[in-house]
Write a protein that binds this ligand. Structure first.
Ligand SMILES: Nc1ncnc2c1ncn2[C@@H]1O[C@H](COP(=O)(O)OP(=O)(O)OP(=O)(O)O)[C@@H](O)[C@H]1O
Ligand SMILES: [Mg+2]
Length: 436
């Protein structure tokens, strides 16, 4: 009974198309149907009915068969051709009981075949059954819609998770690479340190020896000038000139000091390399950002020196609490990106400065700049404008993550064909919970 009331209610929300050519019948049924449904559309033949159907697809169709212009079964055939998906429920309401008509109408998938005169109670029952059926169909459709939405959400979530994991994997890979680089650097440092040690020590000894030889030679020269014959003096002067002794004695000192300087530089590079890629990664410590800049420059110098002059404005800044290995990685990414952006020869300027409780690191290049439509994407993982194999598009995304974890920010300003400036701001006191 409850279902009956609900069905009646539902019937009231539906639109019904009623097609009948015979005026009295049409008026009578129209009056009857109008009380049952929400909207009633009345047509006087198949062609009119089809037109009305096209304008406003009804929920139910009731049609006579024999009508002028277009008969009911032709109209039903046209409707079926139009609405292959929905299969609107169609009632045939006719005075004809011919089997051929019945067969055609079954073939066209009509819902009911009612023969006039129809008992209105039978018609009401049929319409209620139909309403229930439509209601169920609507509920199923709504469920299907919800299912599709849920499915889309799920797919999005899965894609996001997969993306995150992919990013995590690549970050771990980068960290692994960095750790191996650390091991490698430590190994290289060890291997280089020993020979470097005796090269430096020998150079020191050599310097002492040369000083002795210089003293001895100058004594000899003075003795010869004072005590020897003219011939001896002449011979010694000639030999000294021929062998370039004066020049050699001066040049030996220069050679030794240049070699000592070179060896010192090798030592510094080894220290920087170890510092840059330490594998004892997950730690925070008081760090001199200027020192990070210097040692990172030593490591990436090769990428820069052929394309840009490097200008440094390193202010006196307080030490900051950070993970130096990660900050080095950020500086390296910014410097390498700047070098890659330059065609021909340009300038890369690195500035550090102190403002209240923050320090800033500013890397400016005179490179190609970033297109306005790209600028919002450059921090996204895997975004790259470089050729396949030249960039993974992870440099800035990793750098941004590192700086965010340190409680800082990275900003960018760029002008096409003028250059780009990246500004990293970091809190002096760091964020204590930062880890690797
Ligand atoms: N200084 C810059 N000048 C111009 N474009 C830049 C600059 N820095 C970054 N970009 C743009 O941002 C993109 C993303 O940079 P990101 O460092 O994340 O990746 P990548 O350099 O392409 O690859 P890699 O993973 O090797 O660093 C670059 O491909 C480039 O288009
Ligand atoms: Mg990069």
């Amino acid at each position: 009974m409850k279902a009956d009331i609900a069905d009646k209610e539902y019937l009231k929300s539906l639109t019904l198309l009623y097609v009948e050519d015979e005026r009295d019948t049409r008026d009578m049924f129209a009056m009857f149907l109008r009380r049952l449904v929400g909207v009633l559309i009345v047509a006087t033949n198949g062609a009119e009915g089809l037109d009305a159907y096209r304008r406003q697809t009804p929920d139910i169709v009731i049609t006579d068969i024999n009508m002028p212009v277009m008969d009911g079964l032709t109209m039903v055939r046209e409707i079926r051709a139009l609405d292959t998906g929905t299969q609107v429920p169609i009632f045939i309401l006719t005075a004809h009981e011919e089997v051929d008509y019945l067969k055609s109408s079954i073939h066209l998938g009509t819902l009911e075949y009612l023969v006039k005169p129809v008992d209105t109670r039978v018609l009401i029952e049929s319409l209620l059954r139909c309403a229930r059926h439509l209601h169920d169909r609507q509920i199923v459709r709504e469920y299907q819609k919800q299912l599709v939405t849920l499915n889309e959400k799920l797919e999005k979530l899965v894609a996001e998770e997969v993306g995150k994991n992919r990013e995590k994997d690549i970050m771990l890979l980068q960290q692994d690479k960095l750790a191996s680089l650390g091991h490698l650097a430590a190994g290289v440092a060890h291997e280089i340190n020993n020979p470097l040690g005796f090269i430096m020590s020998n150079l020191g000894t050599l310097k002492g020896y040369v000083e002795n030889i210089e003293q001895y030679t100058s004594l000899l020269q003075r003795l010869i000038a004072r005590d020897s014959t003219q011939e001896t003096q002449h011979l010694s002067g000639e030999a000294s000139q021929k062998l370039d002794i004066e020049y050699i004695l001066k040049d030996i000192r220069d050679l030794i000091s240049e070699s000592t300087e070179g060896a010192e530089r090798v030592k510094q590079i080894v220290i920087d390399l170890k510092d840059f890629a330490r594998s004892d990664g997950d730690y925070l410590k008081e760090t001199d950002l200027n020192q990070c800049v210097q040692s990172t420059i030593n490591v990436v110098r090769n990428e820069i020196k052929y394309v840009a002059d490097l200008v440094l404005h390193l202010d006196e800044i307080p030490k900051i609490i950070c993970n130096p290995q990660q900050i080095n990685q950020v500086i390296a990414n910014l410097l390498v990106n700047a070098a890659h952006a330059i065609t021909g020869r340009g300038t890369i300027t690195v500035t550090t400065l102190h403002e209240n409780d923050h320090v800033r690191l500013i890397v400016t290049d005179t490179g190609c700049g970033i297109l306005p439509e790209n600028i919002t994407h450059i921090f996204a993982p895997f975004f790259t404008t470089k050729e396949v194999g030249q960039g993974t598009g992870l440099g800035l995304s990793i750098s941004n993550n590192i700086i965010n974890r340190h409680g800082g920010t990275i900003g960018v300003a760029s002008e096409i064909d003028k250059g780009t400036t990246f500004t990293v701001t970091l809190p002096v006191n760091g964020r204590r919970e930062v880890s690797a």
